[in-house]
Design a protein around this ligand. Structure first.
Ligand code: IFM
Length: 446
């Protein structure tokens, strides 16, 4: 069997297969039923920030079309759905009254999917922070750790027993570095010290939230989701090798070391100098809570160069519409490395997928490149399993074409095509392949 031929039966029966979305990217209804503004509502309104000048006002209209999307999830035959709650929808200013209409929406979705046998994996923060909290400094302000902990506790109290897992933050690197250092994502700040402080507060609030939710008696598996990728030096030049080691520190070890070892990596700390965050006594113990799972979002690998420009085309591999190299082996390597270096109790691939240009012709989207991407990354996940890594889940990103942040609606990651004018949903061939893959009931049907 070649690496691209993969069968569901090569995976353990209890392996979780799912699809993923996030609130801001699909819900729309940006100001309905008492929802407060999020930092992404504000950011989208700034000219030049979003490639196609769009916003999340309508997105996929999931807020009203959710019954159809529930049907789609069930149609695919997945066991699990990973989604996020919009904090400003349930607590408009992030620290005051709860918005019952907001909670009622999530209650309906959770109820409908549970009734149909789908398990729910909830993310508390997939980037749409209440704007009112940004007005107080956002994640650079330590007070947010308390506000987030109260929000997490309330969600755990209301929904905890109905969820298969709770993730605190999705991709803290993206929130802090793209949002507070590079300024290309909300809230659009360009300050390295603020970014590093934001990272620390995201990790600290993760630990505080876990403690608080557990102290309520919530036994739902809890963890965090990181965007990770292997980093290779662009050449054998010792300067490139050193740069790759530092970049690995900034992107992977800066998160994994505090979470799993209770310390920040010394080499990165020294590199940051005065940009390093303020860390109070006890913070690292709080961050290094027991995590029931680690979620990994994998899309591509990265190269580091100390100065020479590096071109993705030089790898000779296919590149997605995001300009990301297709490199499934990187997922195997990453999972094996995390297992060897940190031994997370459970490792889940919480996002994996690809943006490619799609054509909808006579009701068909023949997205062969996306189909191959997903199939080959499932095979790469299996390769890690074979090497003894306890990978327990794979979630395809994404259920639907949706709002791809600063890229707007032009980049399509969905298994399901969305016509953003009519909101018509069409299963792409990649979705049909995933459906067929999940349907296999015996080796004979491979
Ligand atoms: O769309 C995003 C998602 O919100 C977070 N992970 C990466 C995806 C693709 O860029």
């Amino acid at each position: 069997m070649s690496s691209t031929e993969i069968s569901r039966h090569q995976f353990p029966d209890h392996f979780t297969w799912g699809v993923a979305t996030s609130s801001f990217q699909i819900e729309g209804a940006h100001n309905s039923d008492g929802k407060g503004p999020s930092i992404w509502d504000t950011f989208c309104a700034i000219e030049g920030k979003i490639a196609d000048a769009s916003n999340g006002h309508r997105a996929c209209e999931h807020y009203t079309r959710w019954p159809e999307d529930v049907d789609l999830i069930c149609q695919l035959g997945v066991k699990a759905y990973r989604f996020s709650m919009s904090w400003p929808r349930v607590q408009p200013d992030g620290q005051g009254a709860w918005n019952e209409a907001g909670f009622a929406f999530y209650d309906r979705v959770i109820h409908a999917l549970t009734e149909r046998g789908i398990e729910l994996h909830l993310t508390l923060n997939h980037w749409d922070l209440p704007q009112a909290l940004q007005d107080q400094g956002g994640w650079a302000n330590r007070d947010l750790c308390e506000h987030f902990t109260r929000y997490a506790s309330e969600v755990a109290r209301r929904f905890g027993s109905r969820l298969a897992s709770i993730c605190t933050h999705n991709e803290p690197w993206v929130i802090a570095i793209l949002g507070y250092e590079q300024g290309i994502f909300a809230p659009g700040i360009e300050s390295r010290p603020q970014a590093m402080q934001a990272v620390h507060h995201l990790l600290l609030s993760h630990g505080m939230a876990l403690q608080a939710m557990r102290s309520l008696g919530c036994t739902t598996p809890m963890g965090i989701v990181l965007n990770l990728s292997p980093i290779y030096p662009a050449s054998d030049d010792p300067k490139d090798v050193a740069k790759a080691r530092l970049d690995d520190g900034l992107i992977l070890r800066w998160y994994m070391d505090p979470l799993y070892r209770g310390e920040y990596p010394q080499d990165v700390w020294a590199h940051l100098g005065t940009d390093a965050p303020v860390v109070l006594p006890g913070d690292l113990d709080t961050i290094a809570q027991h995590h029931d799972f680690l979620g990994v979002n994998y899309y591509t690998r990265n190269f580091s160069s100390s100065g020479n420009p590096w071109d993705v085309a030089s790898t000779g591999n296919q590149v997605t519409d995001m300009g990301w190299e297709v490199y499934p082996q990187g997922l195997t390597e990453l999972l094996c490395r995390l297992h060897t270096d940190y031994q997370p109790e459970r490792l889940w691939v919480t996002e994996n997928g690809a943006a490619f240009k799609d054509d909808l012709v006579a009701g068909v989207v023949n997205d062969s490149a996306r189909l191959a991407y997903i199939r080959d990354h499932i095979a790469a996940t299996h390769a890690a399993l074979v090497q003894g890594v306890p990978v327990g889940a794979y979630f395809a990103w994404s259920l639907l074409d949706n709002f791809e942040w600063a890229s707007g609606y032009a980049k399509r990651f969905g298994l399901v095509h969305v016509d953003f004018e009519t909101q018509k949903r069409t299963l792409k061939n990649s979705a049909l392949w995933y459906q067929q893959f999940l349907r296999e009931t015996s080796r004979g049907s491979d």
